[in-house]
Design a protein around this ligand. Structure first.
Ligand code: ADP
Length: 489
């Protein structure tokens, strides 16, 4: 099967098969599955449904490319050059990649085009520059020896990504892996396989050797689990839910794979009374509603100091009620649909729980329209710490407002979650800002800002929000092994 489907809005999808060893091949089973436009609930196209047989072929190709191909051993600067070329190709295709992303995921075209794509391109360039700067140390050990370390690629990386930032997750995963000299078996999310497949086409076009990047679309328990269990794969990099990470941990035990996980969150966003309230309201609004609330670092617990509660809520409510929800391709749309029916239903059930548990729904709280998975931007006030909307990751446009009076008690409450991905604090007092930043148990802390991402800044979670870090030098090291060499002089 090699389908050419002219879809609406000028998006042409030319490849929907598995990409294995530089070739486009149907799933061995012959099966396909539908990827759906969440704005219309209509099928976009059928995509190959890979499973264990296809993962096996991909793992063998990636292993061969790692062990015997040119990728690991070529001059590191040339590896970097191919990565720069890939980033350049993305830039040339930025509009069509952004359209494809919006079609498959539902996020506003403005966001795909002006946020996700630029960040993805930047990430690939950041790591392209690292390819020839990966080196070990010389170490002065006892005796007459030369001792040094080498940083070597970890091998074949199995990469399993979610649907909330499909192309950005491709860049976060491919960037450090390629720079380090690893080869890749990627399984995109079943909801959003299209930009990942297009990226594989671009990688082939720019000359990344066959077998270095392999893509197997399919479902988690079949294709995903096969990647996790495959003996020829050395490492799993996974972004998704903590419950899936628990399954992956168990499934990878027999082969003792290296694991990096970037998981969920219930991030506290804390507004002190002395904060710039306009900026804080905007930060709370963006920090939760960005990407339809489908961000692992969403600031879903907004703690506001009691004396400023009413003034803050008025500003936040005004912003929220002005949010334009609708056709993700419309120029003025700020919020598109949720990614699929399962997410939509989950969010609506949490909205019902919030209401029945006694929180005050000050705006939103309902579906928008009757076609597509649109949810009105929703704020709950008077939220208590033990309500399910304050404890569970909703992954939708539902913001909970909680109040505090005592700083110590607020820090305890902010930390009273098994998650620890991100946190933010809004204050003009530097002592309070640094004290909070030091004591909150989270991998990223934003002060007087939210969702500031950069390829150079490590990102990842404390506690059950993950293992290891992505981005920055730490993200690169997660794709390397350290080898110690000692030589008698
Ligand atoms: P979400 O609820 O956001 O879809 P998941 O953790 O279920 O989060 O999915 C993230 C990615 O993990 C997807 O690509 C999905 O197919 C994959 N996945 C789901 N279950 C498994 C599994 N048992 N083993 C490996 N990958 C899985």
């Amino acid at each position: 099967m090699s389908t050419t489907a002219p879809v609406d809005l000028g998006v042409e999808i030319t490849e929907t098969n598995c990409f294995i060893n530089g070739k486009w091949v149907p799933a061995a089973s012959g099966k396909t599955f539908a990827t759906v436009n969440p704005a219309t609930e209509e099928e976009i196209i059928q995509v190959a449904e890979g499973d264990a047989a296809d993962v096996d072929a991909a793992a063998k190709a990636a292993r061969e490319a790692f062990d015997n191909g040119p990728w690991r051993t070529m001059d590191a600067r040339d590896r970097g050059r191919l990565m720069y070329l890939l980033a350049d190709r993305m830039e040339q295709e930025i509009d069509s990649l952004a359209r494809l992303e919006t079609l498959d995921n539902g996020k506003p075209f403005n966001d795909s085009r002006n946020v996700d794509l630029p960040l993805a391109i930047d990430c690939l360039r950041y790591y392209a520059g690292y390819a020839d700067k990966i080196h070990g140390n010389t170490i002065p050990i006892r005796g007459n020896h030369l001792c040094y370390t080498r940083r070597e690629p970890i091998g074949v990386a199995g990469q399993i990504i979610p649907w909330n930032f499909p192309i950005l997750m491709v860049a976060w995963k491919w960037g450090p892996a390629l720079a380090a000299g690893c080869t890749i078996v990627m399984k995109p999310a079943e909801q959003t396989p299209l930009t990942c497949l297009r990226m594989a086409q671009l990688a082939k076009e720019v000359g990344i050797p066959d077998g270095v990047i392999n893509v197997v679309p399919g479902f988690g328990p079949t294709a995903g689990a096969a990647v996790v269990k495959h003996p020829l794969i050395d490492k799993i990099a996974f972004t998704g839910e903590h419950r899936t990470a628990q399954v992956i941990t168990r499934d990878s035990a027999d082969t003792l794979k290296r694991l990096t996980f970037e998981l969920g969150g219930k991030s506290p966003n804390v507004i002190f009374a002395d904060a710039d309230l306009d900026a804080a309201a905007m930060g709370a609004y963006v920090g939760l509603f960005l990407n339809q609330g489908q961000c692992c670092c969403a600031g879903s617990r907004v703690f506001v100091e009691k004396s400023q509660h009413d003034a803050f809520l008025e500003k936040l409510q005004k912003l929220t009620e002005s949010r334009k929800v609708g056709d993700p391709f419309a120029a003025d749309t700020e919020q598109g649909p949720q990614v699929d029916k399962a997410q939509f239903d989950k969010i609506m059930s949490y909205i019902e729980k919030g209401k029945s548990e006694g929180a005050a729904c000050v705006t939103g709280g309902e579906r928008v329209g009757d076609k597509g998975y649109f949810v009105a931007p929703t704020i709950f006030d008077d939220v208590r710490d033990d309500m399910s909307i304050a404890t569970d990751e909703i992954f939708g446009p539902v913001l909970s407002v909680l109040t505090f009076e005592d700083k110590e008690d607020m820090i305890r409450r902010a930390n009273d979650t098994f998650y620890g991905l991100a946190a933010a604090v809004w204050t003009r007092d530097v002592s309070i800002a640094h004290d909070f930043a030091a004591r909150v148990r989270a991998g990223t802390v934003w002060v007087n800002c939210y969702d500031v991402f950069d390829a150079a800044a490590p990102f990842g979670g404390f506690k059950m929000s993950g293992y290891g870090r992505e981005l920055g030098e730490e993200g690169l090291k997660a794709y390397t092994e350290s080898k110690t060499v000692t030589l008698a002089l």
